[in-house]
Design a protein. Structure first.
Length: 225
């Protein structure tokens, strides 16, 4: 379940050690509001960077990596992505103290970036039953028309439930990807947002005809006992 708090959406799935938020217009333009967040240079691919030292975190804060996902097990490092229709997803395993975040447009989603992130968690020692995930605001099926080729590829990968004629459901496609990893449905939070329809809350590349502003989504591991 999502709640709106201080200009951002938060998921009730995560405990107090997973500091996070899905930003809105009211939170500010991501490009002007990064603060000390690490934000990768997003390429619409599936590269996920593992930040395994505070030194690397400092390096990445000054020179962002080419990636669409970040993962770390180090407290007090804030990972982030920017979106304006694409899908931001936050991941957390409080048992092992691992957090991650991904940015998935149609290319990254089709290439199963959310499944790749779960495999990264497992490689760092997570058990799939301990991983919790929140799928953030993105463009909805109502507004996301694509080519016949892309729609067919989505239907082939994720099934007919993600395709409505030439429109695709990015959030549901990622949800199906996550279920394929063995994640429990109860450990996946997802809202029924549409960044294109809800112009009062979100920026939208498709609606606005370009990047007018972007939302920032972030996650930080507070501490582990």
């Amino acid at each position: 379940m999502y709640k709106f708090e201080q200009y951002q959406f938060k998921s009730s799935l995560f405990d107090q050690n997973t500091i996070h938020g899905f930003g809105t217009k009211a939170y500010g333009d991501a490009k002007k509001n990064l603060r000390s967040f690490i934000q990768p240079y997003q390429t619409h691919g599936t590269t996920i960077e593992h930040i395994n030292s505070t030194g690397l975190a400092k390096e990445y804060s000054q020179s962002p990596p080419n990636a669409d996902g970040l993962i770390t097990n180090i407290p007090n490092i804030t990972l982030s992505v920017m979106t304006a229709d694409c899908v931001p997803i936050i991941y957390s395993d409080s048992t092992k103290g691992i957090i991650g975040i991904t940015h998935g447009g149609w290319k990254g989603t089709l290439s199963n970036i959310s499944e790749i992130m779960i495999s990264k968690f497992i490689s760092l020692g997570s058990k799939v039953g301990d991983i919790k995930v929140a799928i953030g605001p993105a463009i909805g099926t109502c507004c996301y028309e694509v080519s016949d080729n892309i729609a067919s590829r989505y239907k082939s990968n994720f099934g007919s439930s993600v395709v409505d004629s030439f429109k695709i459901n990015l959030m549901r496609a990622n949800y199906i990807s996550l279920l394929r990893t063995g994640l429990l449905p109860s450990n996946i939070d997802r809202g029924f947002f549409c960044t294109s329809c809800q112009s009062n809350k979100f920026w939208s590349y498709r609606r606005d005809g370009g990047i007018i502003g972007e939302m920032i989504s972030y996650v930080k591991l507070k501490f582990m006992s």
